[in-house]
Design a protein around this ligand. Sequence first.
Ligand code: AMP
Ligand code: MG
Length: 305
Amino acid sequence: MALKRAAALLLEGKLVAFPTETVYGLGANALDPMAVESIYRVKGRPSTSPLIVHVCSLEMAQTLVEEWPAAADKLAARFWPGPLTLVLRKRDLIPSVVTAGLPTVGLRMPAHPLALALIRAAGVPLAAPSANRFSELSPTTAEHVLQSIGGEVDHIMDGGPCHVGIESTVVSLAGERPVLLRLGMVTRAQLEEMIGPVDFPEPIVGGAHPSPGMNHKHYSPRTRLVLVDAGQLPSGEGAYLYWTQPAPSVCSVAMPDNATAYGAALYVTLHRLDAERWDWIAVERPPADPEWAAIRDRLQRAAAV
Ligand code: AMP
Ligand code: MG
């Protein structure tokens, strides 16, 4: 019943927040430019930031693009539904407000059953960025959404905490060679195993960039976040997220020592500590291995000033 109502709201041009396996999304009918406009308004998101369009089937994805290259077939077969966004050349039926005027669209089939059921019930693709205000920490529970933009969405679907907990990997297949636009829990090595070499441009500091996840500062708690080597804490009162040894002098929080579990725990932990108003949140530098790349990326952006 809740599902039918949520789908009906979307078809009326309203906003529905829904769970995905990465983070909660703020969804609108991707084919309705007015509805998509209201996403930008509620988030305070610059209109230069394209939105990811969520689909429930390969067929739906293919109706939205000019070209569905062989690499898209391979990646979708391996990683969809899942935390991977494919950027492809869009068809005209995708309004330009969705893609910030770009000729490409980012498509993803989310792995959360409620997200898939909602898209299926609505029968239209859903444009959805994270359901929070621009540049804040992404929401990984319905409660986080309620606290951030609860007053401005028409409905929030609660699907429990997000299992992946970090925004999707974004890869562009729109150019001559595949380009990794945003790191996520699907790693560069996993992509390359399927489609060969994937370029990865160095992060851009300031200036124009093709996608919002490339902002130098992004995904930040309000509390100052610092990345530290084990035990090297600032002075004052703070919280310490460690994976080797706690520091007895401060509020020490044990983090998982495997990347998958760490990713799922990260934003929930930061949201909780942010509400406790410490002078700082110090995070022990995570391991240097490739499966931790997305986590290092988000922490570096959260720590950026
Ligand atoms: P979020 O704010 O978490 O929804 O992030 C949206 C992400 O989608 C950005 O980081 C972009 O990398 C990506 N994205 C969506 N559409 C496009 C597009 N047309 N071209 C490039 N990147 C896109
Ligand atoms: Mg976001």
